[in-house]
Write a protein that binds this ligand. Structure first.
Ligand code: ADP
Ligand code: MG
Length: 378
């Protein structure tokens, strides 16, 4: 058993006075390209990363849920039939929300004891929330003897996030945490929900730089952007911006037009990036990343001065291929594709210059593409 898993099993035993039965683990994700396109039924290209949230679980004989966040040193205790939203918010809403979504599908859940811990940075745009949801749903289903496909688990988790966390996210985060493949990016068509594994070129590393400007998605303009996109689609008489084209957008008022232009051009960039990754075409990747960032900054207005600085610093750093804002925006991280041999130097150079210029504690994460959620015996 890896050291982190053994540590979680020990924390579980100390909390619940018996051993866990299963451990489920799900990864965070970084989106290579395709930002704010998922809820517009467009294309995205995330990678599941080697940062995970793990949930240790054991079934109970009654219908109680005794949950324990190791990282927050906090507990929650409720009955399955009253899995209501927790007014204090935080991690408890994800636990209650996932259980609610599964119960709402009439699944025969058992009461459970569970402990949670993880190393996906929280609130940084690397989707620790979806990692938590997928690990939780995998753990609870295993403890209840319920078999569900990772895809179905992900759809339940998305409902939980909508209802309980108040973030109107698309399907990208939950699909990446459920369906990611080692060594690959996951192309998702968010309209048909078809997916495709896109092998990453060898010799290319993923470096994430955390601006350490925290985001709280439910309170940021994320949901506002979502509404603006829906309004733009409605004004064009379309079900979603997926089917819009650039010529139609000119008829929209300035703000909505710029939001829609980002979505339409970003969808085209995802398709081009998928092909460029397959061909190992670094020059095209560089151009697409730069265009995506500029579009998020100028048309979608989802960047911040700190994130723009990180992208600017990356552009001149050793081994850089592409750099852009990743995740919902308004803080969070940049994703950088870098020549593998120079990745360490790249990450250190960008993060240290950023710290010097901003006094923020910027940090580089060096990531590998890994498989999605898995459950094993504890
Ligand atoms: P992101 O998904 O970008 O990391 P969110 O705000 O969507 O940011 O989700 C972060 C929230 O998810 C945290 O505030 C916490 O409630 C929950 N969470 C994530 N990881 C853990 C963990 N290891 N233990 C408990 N709760 C977690
Ligand atoms: Mg999240």
């Amino acid at each position: 058993m890896p050291a982190e898993t053994a540590k979680l099993a020990r924390a579980f035993a100390a909390q619940h006075d018996h051993n866990p039965r299963f451990i489920a683990e799900a990864p965070g994700r970084v989106n290579l390209i395709g930002e704010h396109t998922d809820y517009n039924e467009g294309f995205v290209l995330p990678v599941a990363i080697d940062r995970t949230v793990a949930v240790a679980v054991a079934p109970r004989e009654d219908t109680r849920v005794r949950a324990h966040s190791v990282d927050h040193d906090q507990r929650d205790d409720f009955s399955l039939d009253t899995a209501r939203r927790h007014p204090m918010g935080g991690w408890r809403n994800y636990v209650r929300g996932v259980l609610w979504a599964l119960l709402d599908s009439q699944l025969p859940l058992r009461g459970v004891d569970l402990s949670i811990s993880g190393d996906v940075p929280q609130g940084a745009g690397l989707s620790s929330s979806a990692a938590l949801e997928l690990a939780l749903s995998g753990a609870v289903c295993a403890a209840s003897g319920i078999e569900m496909t990772p895809r179905d688990l992900a759809l339940h988790c998305q409902r939980a996030e909508h209802m309980y966390a108040g973030v109107q996210c698309g399907i990208m985060d939950q699909f990446a945490a459920a369906l990611g493949r080692k060594g690959c990016a996951l192309f998702i068509d968010c309209q048909s929900l078809e997916t495709e594994d896109v092998p990453l070129p060898t010799g290319l590393a993923i470096v994430i730089i955390d601006s350490k400007v925290p985001r709280e998605l439910a309170d940021t303009p994320y949901n506002q952007r979502r509404r603006e996109c829906a309004e733009a689609a409605r004004a064009l008489g379309l079900a979603s911006l997926r089917s819009a084209d650039e010529s139609q957008i000119e008829s929209l008022p300035d703000d909505l037009g710029r939001r829609a232009r980002h979505v339409v051009t970003e969808n085209a960039r995802v398709l081009a990036a998928k092909a460029a990754l397959r061909d190992g075409d670094c020059a095209t990747i560089r151009r697409l990343f730069a265009e995506s960032h500029a579009s998020l900054r100028d048309d979608f207005e989802a960047s911040t001065p700190e994130i723009d600085l990180l992208v600017e610093l990356a552009t001149g750093a050793p081994g850089a291929i592409g750099a852009r804002l990743t995740g919902g925006g308004f803080g969070g991280c940049t994703v950088n594709l870098v020549e593998a041999a120079r990745a360490q130097r790249f990450g250190e150079a960008v993060a240290s210059e950023y710290r010097r210029r901003t006094s923020l504690d910027g940090e580089a994460y060096f990531c590998r593409a890994v498989d999605g959620m898995k459950v094993h015996d504890a």
